[in-house]
Write a protein of this length. Sequence first.
Length: 601
Amino acid sequence: NISSYDYTYCVADINGEIRGGHAVTVIGYDDARVTADGVGAFKMVNSWGTGWGQSGFWWMSYEAMMSTQISWGYALYATDKIQHEPSLIVYIEPTHDDWYNLEYTVGVGTSSNPISSARFFNFGAGHNAVHAYQEDACIVLDLSDMAYLISDTEPNDLFVRVDDRSTYNGLYGTVDYVMVEDVENQRYAMCYDTPVIIPDNPDDAMVDLVLYHAAVPPASLDAELDLSDGNTTLTWPAVPGGNDFEGYNIYRDGDLIGTTEDLTYVDELTEFGEYDYQVASLWAPCPSWPTEASHVNWIVPVTSRYTEITALDGTTGDFTLNWEQLRSYIVKYDDGGSNMDLIFNDDALPGAMFAQQYEAEADGKLTNVRVYFTDSAYDMGPVRLRIYSELENDTIGEELFTSGYFTPEAGAWKSVGLGLNRQAVQAGDRLWIAVVYEEMSVSALGLDTDAAGRLTQMSPDGENWLPFSNGAIMIRCHYGEEEIVGDWTGLLGFDVYEDDALVATYYDDEHQHSGTLPGAGEYSFRVDAIYQQGVWVGDDLELTWDGFTAAEELEVLPREFAVRNAYPNPFNPSTTIGITIPVASELEVRVFNTLGREVAS
């Protein structure tokens, strides 16, 4: 009936017998609140729910708080530690049939002669009570207030005592794990005598530990990789001696791979890849924290690409061979899953486009583009790819490349190589890649609506662009970053072969070889990349030369339209005129005489 007393406990209102009490929480005060005892009261919250008092809240006069008739005369409080970072932590894992009635005492010094100690959970908590921790979990205790007692030059004794507050009830348990962590100095001590029995009597389970001042890892770790064989040599400085030092543990990617007493260790890698190494000093009875990771990358070499004859003199047979040394990377903004079909309806005009912006992550060359077309109810029809530059303010600029038409396969990625139209880019450059449609309601693009993607635009008429934002179009760019001779990848140079015979070796980044064909015939050229890791054999380039012109079986296409000079001159009974085009497509050739009249097609 606290509502009858203005929701306030006062000494002046006491009547009858005191029937008991329980702990409540003080949440505030009001020096001006008038009560039956005078002026001033604390605001309280009870544990009986919102149906009691003022939605669970009530008041208690200052006089009632000090009265021995109403108050027990003491309070428990906690000091908030704002942005607190613990410096000394104890981890305890007990197993017990009466887990919530365990009390923990942790201290610095020995259990028989403690320097300082603290008690935790020195109260009973029933199984039906609300607990802030899970049964059989690891108990984590903060001993930062005792960190000043930890010596940096001498071993430190610590102890943990676990008591069963409810004894002689037939319930037993064990202390299974105890560790003390000195966070600031990256040291720790572990008990190797667990489990320790927790008796069902007033005796306690005692665990003693020693935190060594020298149980620290080496100050640094260097990892040097020999690219030729994958051997990684680890070196580190010695740690301070003493305290039963036993050696060093070596870790690769978190796994223990060896132990040594030396200050160096050689790991013989067998597979290309990236690896992280760490070293920990080993003491009795425990190792130190590991060092910061030292990273190595035994990178896989790449073969020379885009090997081609870029010049051939039909009179002398002089030729120029070029190639590129590019390591491929992928720029993508989708996660590989299509959530929606992206397609134009019949209202759009031929030449309609969907386009997405791309940003180069490093210097290199855009080499090919991959596009995903969905396996939907729509038919597959002819499309082509187009690449645009970017002007200011994310505006689509000039056309840089347009592929030939192709009909993609439904539910598959289509890859389109740029050949000699590879686009040189620098880190931060932006391009737009568009899919161009000549027929509507065909060849639906995959759209990943879960991805943030880059900017996307559409052009329903093939001329005017409209922004839209609904995820990432499933278009991916492959670009090649040029490798440099003498750089960290291990590239040393190039061997050039003609008809399987070594004709030249280059130790520079010119990527060019000149020579002379001895006469008409079939020739084979190959460029091998020389790495410290070994020689990576390139693909063969076949060339057939009839003494006048050349028919090359190239894996790439020319970058522009060109008509070569007639050979021999056009006044002979027959002549050959070479024509190059940038994309594979049907070609119509028309021949005109000097008067401008068409004489053949």
